[in-house]
Design a protein around this ligand. Structure first.
Ligand code: SAM
Length: 261
């Protein structure tokens, strides 16, 4: 049946993704810098400032944030820094959730060098974004983030439904993901050349793993366009503000947001 076929391909994808991230966990942070020439740091800084965690009215109100596919902690650590330091709000708590224990282990290790007050506002959760545990109650979160994770999910609509379930009314879904550069043909050609030639090669030379980086490049290619993905977010029930997304570096990445009504 069609359903049977889908189940098989979904579980194959999930296994492949597990292999990839178990294999890349140790080299993940270094590889991000090399593959993006450091630009991923600027995107992540921008993503977090645009969400302005910790800015509550009145000031100092608690906020609960879930960073899904949080991997080695880049987004969660920035959230805590922004909320606690920039906005002076220590009552912001972030949970890093990820399906992959190897990625979480690197994240936990890295978190040990954070200030103690940040560490005590951070938790880790091994979970599949498509079936979050019921310990994350319905309508319980202020902010749900997912960065460079959702294209790896086998069932994106299921994950969006879970995001909708756990957010409070008024809560924000925010996703940063690789996207399409179609508007700029020359830049797109250079970018494609970089992706398909340089990235697998860097993967081979630096991480000793060409196949995983080949998979990552192909998964970017298969991911829906900015408008298609926005429509999926709306389909899950979120309200879309304006055009619903912001392109970064000509669309190499894009930030999508939705608000739970
Ligand atoms: N958010 C981090 C960042 O921006 O650096 C890590 C992104 S990393 C490219 C993608 C992460 O998605 C991996 O850690 C992987 O284990 C996780 N992942 C893949 N499928 C998942 C799923 N179904 N549920 C939760 N996490 C998943």
């Amino acid at each position: 049946t069609h359903f049977g076929y889908e189940t098989v391909t979904e579980s194959v994808k999930q296994e492949r993704v597990a292999e990839v991230f178990t294999s890349v966990a140790e080299s993940y942070d270094k590889m991000n810098d090399l593959m993006s020439l450091g630009v991923h740091r600027l995107w992540k800084d921008h993503f977090v400032s645009s969400l302005n965690p910790g800015a509550t009215n009145p000031i100092g109100m608690p906020q609960r944030i879930l960073d899904v596919a949080g991997g080695t902690g880049d987004i969660a650590f920035r959230m805590l820094q922004h909320a606690h330091v920039n906005n002076g709000n220590p009552n912001v708590h972030v949970t890093i959730s990820d399906i992959n224990p190897a990625m979480l282990a690197v994240g936990k290790q890295r978190s040990l060098s954070l200030p103690a007050s940040h560490q005590s506002s951070l938790s880790f959760l091994e979970a599949n974004a498509e079936v979050l545990p019921k310990t994350i109650a319905d309508n319980s979160l202020d902010l749900y983030t997912v960065c460079f994770g959702i294209r790896n999910f086998s069932n994106m609509p299921a994950a969006l439904k879970e995001a909708y379930r756990v957010l409070k009314p008024g809560g924000i879904f925010a996703c940063m993901e690789f996207s399409k550069v179609d508007k700029y043909p020359i830049f797109n050609a250079i970018y494609k050349q970089w992706s398909f030639s340089a990235i697998p090669l860097i993967g081979q030379l630096v991480a000793g793993d060409r196949d995983s980086y080949q998979y990552l490049v192909e998964s970017i290619e298969r991911f829906p366009s900015q408008t298609e993905f926005r429509d999926m977010i709306a389909e899950a029930g979120f309200n879309i503000v304006g055009k619903g997304y912001e392109d970064l570096t000509g669309g190499v990445a894009a930030i999508h947001k939705g608000i739970k009504p």
